[in-house]
Design a protein around this ligand. Structure first.
Ligand SMILES: Nc1nc2c(c(=O)[nH]1)N[C@H]1C(S)=C(S)[C@@H](COP(=O)(O)OP(=O)(O)OC[C@H]3O[C@@H](n4cnc5c(=O)[nH]c(N)nc54)[C@H](O)[C@@H]3O)O[C@H]1N2
Ligand SMILES: Nc1nc2c(c(=O)[nH]1)N[C@H]1C(S)=C(S)[C@@H](COP(=O)(O)OP(=O)(O)OC[C@H]3O[C@@H](n4cnc5c(=O)[nH]c(N)nc54)[C@H](O)[C@@H]3O)O[C@H]1N2
Ligand code: SF4
Ligand SMILES: [Mo]
Length: 747
C-alpha cells in the first residue's frame, strides 16, 4: 500500500468523527467561552461553535467573530516551520538552526552594543503565562530595559488615569452584572455594539429598568442607537465635554460634598480651576450645544447610581490621560463609585490586554502590577526570579518610542511576539524605516504579517485552539482557556519558544517548565502582595467561572466591587487631578481642514492578520472605507463608493468613500484593519500623550480629495499612480506563495 493510499484510507475511516474543543474566542476582552465541534470529512473539516451558557461574562453569547474564529486558526497560510530570510526569500529551516542563529545574533548584538541593544515587543493576545514569561525573559535572560507591548496603543491612558485617581487599574471596577443597577450610564468613545457585541444585553437590560444612556462619539454607531442622549462632539474634545459637565454639576449644586470630603483629595483646586471656564466656550470648542451638556450633566447628577465607561475614542489622544481623568472627576464629584451600580469601566480591548500589563509586558512594570522603579517591588520580584535586585534593568520606553530608539541606533535586534506594528502603529512610514534599520528582526507569529515581512527570522506559534493558558478579561476576571488541538506542523507555544531561546543562550535556569500550569503558579507567587494579586488563584479554582483579582489567598473569593471602603492610594482616598485641559496641538488648517479619526468595524480584529484570513469575515468586509458626511462629500465632488485620497502631514492612504449622515461634517472615520495602500496608519499622527505615551490615533488633521480629479490637477497624476502601485507591491506581501515555496526546502 502506498503512503498515499494509506493516507486516504485513514482519512475515510476518520470520516464523521467528531471532536469537541472547549475554548475561548481569541479576539476581544470579553473572552467568550464556547465548545467548538470539529467533524472530520475528507475534503474539509466542518466546525460548529456553541456558546457556553455558564459563562458569567458572555452569558452564553458569541458574536460573529467568535463563531468564525476557527477559520484563521485552520487557514492554510498558518506558519508551520521556522523560516529564515535568505537574499530576500523565505527558506524553511529546523528549530535547532533557528535557535542557533537567533542566539548568535542576540549575543553578537549585546557584545557589540550592550544588553539594551536587544528589544522585545509583546502583544495582548498572549496568555498571562506567556506575558509573564516574556517579561521575565527580557529582564532575566536578555537583561534589557527595552520591552513594551501593543497594549500601550490600547489601554495606557485609561490605566494611567485610573492609577493616578484610584491607585489601581483593573479595567472595570465592578462586575458587569452591576451595569443594570445603574440609573445613568455614560459611554464615552466606546462602540460596544461592534467591539464587544456580546455585552450589549447588559446595557439593554439597564435601559429596560429605566436607565438613561449618554453616548459620546463623533459618529452615530450601533451603540449610539441605544442612547437617550448622543453627544456628537469633535474628535479629541472629551476633556472639554467632561469639564463642561462638571461645571454644570457644580453650578447647579449636584455634587456630593460629603463623599468629596470623606473619600477624596484635591477637589478644592478643581473647584478653583472651574471658575476660569465658560460653559459656552467649552461647548463651542467641543462642537456641541450648551443645552446638550446641561442635559447630560443633569441626567447624570440627578441619578442615584451611575457608571462611566471609556474606551479608545477618549483614550487614544495626545491628552488621553487627562481626558479620562476629567470623566473620573464626574464619578468622584457625585460620589458614584465604590457602591452598587456605581463605578468606572475602561473597556479593555484585547483578549489579554489587561493581563499583559499586570504581569510585566509594559516597560515600567513587574508582575503583580509592581513598579520596576520601586526598590521593594524590585527586591521581591528579583527574589522570586533568583537574581539580585541590582541585576534587574530599569524602565525602558513605550512601544512607539522603541522605533525611535532603533533609528538612534540604540536598539539593533528586536523580538516581536504577537503584534503587527507596521499596520497598527501611527505614522507607519517611520516604523517601516526603523524596521529596515534593524540588524536582526525575529517575529513569532502564526502568519507572515505585514511586520513579519520585514523579519530575518520567523518562528511559528500555536493558535488559541492549541495553546492552553489563562487570560484576564475586561472585568478583571482571570479565566482559563483549555486547548486540545494538535499544533500545526512544527509550531510551538510562545512559552515553549521563550524557554527554547533561553536554553540556546545557555540560560535555562528559571525557564525549565514542562507544563503551562507551572508558569501560572510562579506568576501567582510573583504577584503576591502586589496590586494585581493573583496569589490565591490556581487552575483548579478558576476553571469553572474564573475569579476577579485581587485574590490574595486560597480562601479569598476574589473581588467583585472595588473601593467599597477605601481606594488603593497611600491615604486610601481617591485623587482629583488637574481640571486644566491641555491644548490640542494637532489642529485643522487650510491645507488639512478635516479631522480624521480611526477605529474598528464588527467583522475585523485589529491589524486584520487573523480576520482577513477568515472567509466568512472577509466576505463581509473586504476593504476599508472613509465615512464622510454627504455634504462634505458633495462639497468635494466625491461620490459614494469612489476611491479617495486621505492626506495628512504624515502620509497618504487610499480608501473608498462611504457617505453617511451618521458622522459630523468636519470629521472622517476610517477603520484600521488593513495593510498596504489602504492602511490608514500611513496617515495617523504620532504625537504621544505625555503621561501614558499613548499615540493620538483618534485625531489627525487631514485633507480629502478625489483620487483622480476630472482635470487631473489635484489628484493622482499618472506618474504618481505608478509609484503608488509600486509602493503597494512592496507593502502587500504574498505570504502564501512565500510560505509555500519555503516549505519544500529543508536545511
Ligand atoms: N470588531 C472588533 N472588536 C474589537 C476590536 C477590533 O479590532 N474589532 N479590537 C478590540 C480592541 S484591542 C479594542 S482596544 C477595543 C476598542 O473598542 P472601542 O474603543 O470601542 O473602538 P474604536 O472603534 O477604536 O473607537 C470607539 C469609538 O470612538 C469613537 N471616537 C473617535 N474619536 C473620538 C473622540 O475623540 N471622542 C469620543 N468620545 N469618541 C471618539 C469612534 O467613532 C468609535 O465609534 O475593541 C476590541 N474589540
Ligand atoms: N489607527 C489606529 N491604529 C490603532 C488603533 C486604532 O484605534 N486606530 N488601535 C490600537 C490598538 S487599541 C491595538 S490593541 C493595536 C493592536 O494592533 P496589533 O498589535 O498589530 O494587533 P494584532 O492585529 O492583534 O496583531 C497581532 C499579531 O500577532 C499574531 N498573533 C495572534 N495571536 C498570537 C499569539 O498568541 N502569539 C503570537 N506570537 N502571535 C499572535 C497575529 O497573527 C498578528 O500578526 O492597534 C492599535 N492601532
Ligand atoms: S470577539 Fe469578543 S465579543 Fe465576539 S465572541 Fe470573541 S470574545 Fe466574544
Ligand atoms: Mo486595543
Amino acid at each position: 500500500m502506498t503512503d498515499m493510499i494509506r493516507y486516504f484510507r485513514e482519512k475515510q475511516q476518520e470520516q464523521g468523527k467528531e471532536t469537541t474543543y472547549e475554548t475561548r474566542c481569541p479576539y476581544c476582552s470579553v473572552q467568550c467561552s464556547m465548545s467548538l465541534l470539529e467533524e472530520r470529512i475528507v475534503k474539509r473539516n466542518r466546525f460548529k461553535a456553541i456558546p457556553n451558557k455558564q459563562d458569567p461574562t458572555s452569558e452564553g453569547r458569541l458574536c460573529i467573530k467568535g463563531f468564525q474564529a476557527h477559520q484563521h486558526a485552520i487557514h492554510r497560510d498558518r506558519l508551520r516551520y521556522p523560516l529564515l530570510k535568505v537574499d530576500g526569500e523565505w527558506m524553511r529551516i529546523s528549530w535547532d538552526l533557528a535557535l542557533e542563529i537567533l542566539s548568535e545574533k542576540i549575543e553578537k548584538t549585546q557584545q557589540e552594543a550592550g544588553k539594551d541593544a536587544v528589544a522585545v515587543y509583546g502583544g495582548g493576545s498572549l496568555t498571562n503565562e506567556e506575558a509573564y514569561l516574556l517579561g521575565k525573559f527580557a529582564r532575566v535572560v536578555l537583561k534589557t530595559k527595552y520591552i513594551d507591548y501593543n497594549g500601550r496603543y490600547c489601554m495606557s491612558s485609561a490605566a494611567a488615569a485610573a492609577n493616578a485617581t484610584f491607585g489601581i487599574d483593573r479595567g472595570i471596577t465592578n462586575e458587569l452584572s452591576e451595569v443594570e443597577e445603574a440609573e445613568c450610564i455614560i459611554l464615552a468613545g466606546t462602540n460596544i455594539a461592534e467591539c464587544q457585541p456580546t455585552l450589549m444585553p447588559y446595557f439593554r437590560r439597564a435601559k429596560k429598568k429605566g436607565a438613561s444612556l449618554i453616548v459620546i462619539d463623533p459618529r452615530e454607531t450601533g451603540t449610539t442607537k441605544l442612547a437617550d442622549l448622543h453627544i456628537q462632539g469633535k474628535p479629541g474634545m472629551d476633556g472639554a465635554i467632561a469639564v463642561a459637565m462638571l461645571k454644570v454639576l457644580l453650578d447647579e449644586g449636584m455634587i456630593d460634598e460629603e463623599f468629596i470630603q470623606n473619600r477624596t483629595t484635591g477637589f478644592e483646586d478643581v473647584r478653583k480651576q472651574m471658575t476660569s471656564y465658560s460653559l459656552q466656550e467649552l461647548a463651542s470648542t467641543a462642537g456641541v450645544s450648551v443645552e446638550t451638556i446641561q442635559e447630560a450633566a443633569r441626567r447624570f447628577g440627578k441619578a442615584e447610581t451611575g457608571m462611566v465607561f471609556t474606551a479608545r475614542g477618549v483614550e487614544q489622544q495626545a491628552s488621553g490621560t487627562s481626558d479620562v481623568r476629567q470623566y473620573l472627576h464626574l464619578l468622584l464629584a457625585t460620589g458614584k463609585i465604590g457602591r452598587r451600580g456605581c463605578g468606572y469601566g475602561a473597556i479593555t480591548g484585547q483578549g489579554n490586554g489587561q493581563g499583559g500589563r499586570e504581569h510585566g509586558l509594559k516597560a515600567d512594570q513587574l508582575p503583580g502590577y509592581r513598579s520596576i522603579e520601586n526598590k521593594a517591588d524590585r527586591q521581591y520580584v528579583a527574589s522570586v526570579w533568583g537574581i539580585e535586585e541590582n541585576e534587574l534593568p530599569r524602565k525602558g520606553v513605550s512601544a512607539y518610542e522603541l522605533f525611535a530608539k532603533v533609528k538612534e541606533g540604540a536598539i539593533r535586534t528586536m523580538l516581536i511576539m504577537g503584534s503587527n506594528p507596521v499596520v497598527s502603529s501611527p505614522n507607519q512610514s517611520e516604523v517601516k524605516r526603523a524596521l529596515t534599520q534593524l540588524d536582526f528582526l525575529v517575529c513569532v507569529d502564526m502568519f507572515i504579517s505585514e511586520t513579519a515581512e520585514y523579519a530575518d527570522l520567523l518562528l511559528p506559534t500555536t493558535s488559541y485552539l492549541e495553546d492552553e493558558g489563562t487570560m484576564t478579561n475586561l472585568e478583571g476576571r482571570v479565566v482559563h482557556r483549555p486547548a486540545q488541538r494538535v499544533p500545526f506542523g512544527e509550531a510551538k507555544h510562545d512559552w515553549q519558544i521563550l524557554c527554547a531561546i533561553a536554553k540556546a543562550l545557555g540560560q535555562s535556569h528559571g525557564f525549565l517548565f514542562e507544563k503551562v500550569e507551572e508558569i501560572f503558579a510562579e506568576l501567582c507567587l510573583a504577584s503576591k502582595g502586589g496590586i494585581a494579586d493573583y496569589s490565591g488563584l490556581s487552575y483548579e479554582r478558576i476553571k469553572e467561572k474564573g475569579i476577579l483579582w485581587p485574590c490574595p489567598n486560597t480562601e479569598h473569593p476574589g473581588t467583585g466591587r472595588l473601593f467599597e471602603k477605601s481606594f488603593y492610594t497611600n491615604d486610601g482616598k481617591a485623587r482629583f487631578g488637574s481640571a486644566i485641559i491641555p491644548q490640542q496641538k494637532e489642529k485643522e488648517s487650510r491645507k488639512y481642514p478635516y479631522l480624521l479619526t480611526t477605529g474598528r468595524v464588527m467583522n475585523h480584529y485589529l491589524s486584520g492578520v487573523q480576520t482577513r484570513r477568515s472567509e466568512a469575515l472577509f466576505e463581509r468586509a473586504k476593504e476599508p472605507f472613509a465615512e464622510i458626511h454627504p455634504e462634505t462629500g458633495a462639497s468635494l465632488g466625491i461620490q459614494e463608493g469612489e476611491l479617495i485620497k486621505i492626506s495628512t502631514v504624515y502620509g497618504k492612504a487610499i480608501v473608498k468613500a462611504k457617505l453617511s449622515e451618521a458622522i459630523r461634517k468636519d470629521t472622517v472615520f476610517v477603520p484600521f484593519h488593513w495593510g498596504g495602500a489602504q492602511s490608514i496608519n500611513r496617515t495617523t499622527c504620532d504625537m504621544l500623550d505625555p503621561v501614558s505615551r499613548m499615540p493620538a490615533f483618534k485625531r489627525t488633521a487631514c485633507a480629502i480629495q478625489k483620487m483622480i480629479e476630472a482635470d487631473g490637477k489635484n489628484g493622482y497624476s499618472k506618474q504618481k499612480r505608478t509609484s503608488q502601485v509600486k509602493e503597494d507591491a512592496k507593502t502587500v506581501p504574498d505570504p502564501v506563495a512565500a510560505h509555500r515555496s519555503a516549505e519544500n526546502v529543508r536545511v
